[in-house]
Design a protein around this ligand. Structure first.
Ligand SMILES: Nc1nc2c(ncn2[C@@H]2O[C@H](COP(=O)(O)OP(=O)(O)OP(=O)(O)O)[C@@H](O)[C@H]2O)c(=O)[nH]1
Ligand SMILES: [Mg+2]
Length: 223
């Protein structure tokens, strides 16, 4: 079994940090890419994952509107962390869209800047990470991504992480059947990520999938 460490004492290692080498109101207060701002009741939802995995599309699904640029592309579309703030499910939520911090198509110095920016943006007490993975496309890069994210954001990140499968419409069977038949590394990853996962169909304007996700988030982050 892969060792995804979760001990706080390992934070020092992680602090070295940079990469080496649902009733929705649609009441978006603003979109900005800059400084952290937060109140104690604010929930940060951070979208992480490989280029093209559906991070920005999932952010738009959560917010119920197209806030983040999302399209099919051979190169990374999102290159700068962006935040959109909205009131949903009775609390203030900040959705943070990120670039793929490990995509070598983006300069290492730019990626390191973005990692630092993301860290600064996630300064609320309540932060949940969504790891976007396309259904049926689990790559070598995705196998390693959890370790890389732990190195950058701390080993405890997995306790606040939900695997978010995108392109849910591509599932032939239920997600449970899909996971039963899935390769070991994917099962292992899901098991370690707060023990939970969710499926999005980002082309469907279906609020139920968002309500269900917000309920899973509430279980992890508290009310
Ligand atoms: N059919 C379908 N397409 C999806 C889904 N989620 C994302 N996509 C498509 O996948 C492509 C990539 O999605 P993005 O949201 O731009 O992916 P990203 O992870 O933000 O990519 P980068 O910003 O480049 O890192 C886009 O064409 C989306 O429309 C989904 O659930 N179903
Ligand atoms: Mg994007």
């Amino acid at each position: 079994m892969t060792a995804y460490l979760s001990s706080r004492k390992n934070h020092k290692l992680a602090d070295r940090g940079l990469e080496d080498g649902a009733s929705r109101s649609n009441n978006h207060t603003e979109i900005y890419g800059g400084s952290p701002r937060n109140s104690s009741n604010t929930l940060d939802i951070v979208l992480l994952g490989q280029t093209g995995s559906g991070k920005s599309a999932s952010g738009n699904t959560i917010l119920g509107t197209k806030c983040f640029a999302s399209c099919a592309s051979a190169s990374p579309v999102t290159r700068d962390c962006q935040v959109t703030e909205s009131h949903m499910c009775g609390r203030q939520v900040r959705v943070i869209d990120t670039p793929d911090f490990f995509d070598e198509a983006i300069d290492l110095s730019v990626r390191n800047e973005q990692i630092e920016k993301c860290r600064q943006l996630c300064q609320s007490g309540s932060c949940v990470y969504l790891l976007a993975i396309q259904v049926g496309r689990f790559t070598d890069g995705e196998r390693d991504i959890l370790h890389k994210l732990q190195n950058v954001f701390g080993y405890d990140i997995i306790e606040k992480m939900i695997v978010l499968f995108t392109r849910g419409e591509d599932l032939k069977d239920s997600i449970e059947e899909f996971l039963t038949a899935a390769e070991f590394h994917l099962k292992d990853m899901v098991q370690h990520c707060a023990g939970t996962y969710h499926v999005f169909r980002n082309k469907d304007h279906n609020e139920q999938q968002v309500k269900e996700l917000m309920e899973k988030i509430r279980c992890i982050s508290g009310p």
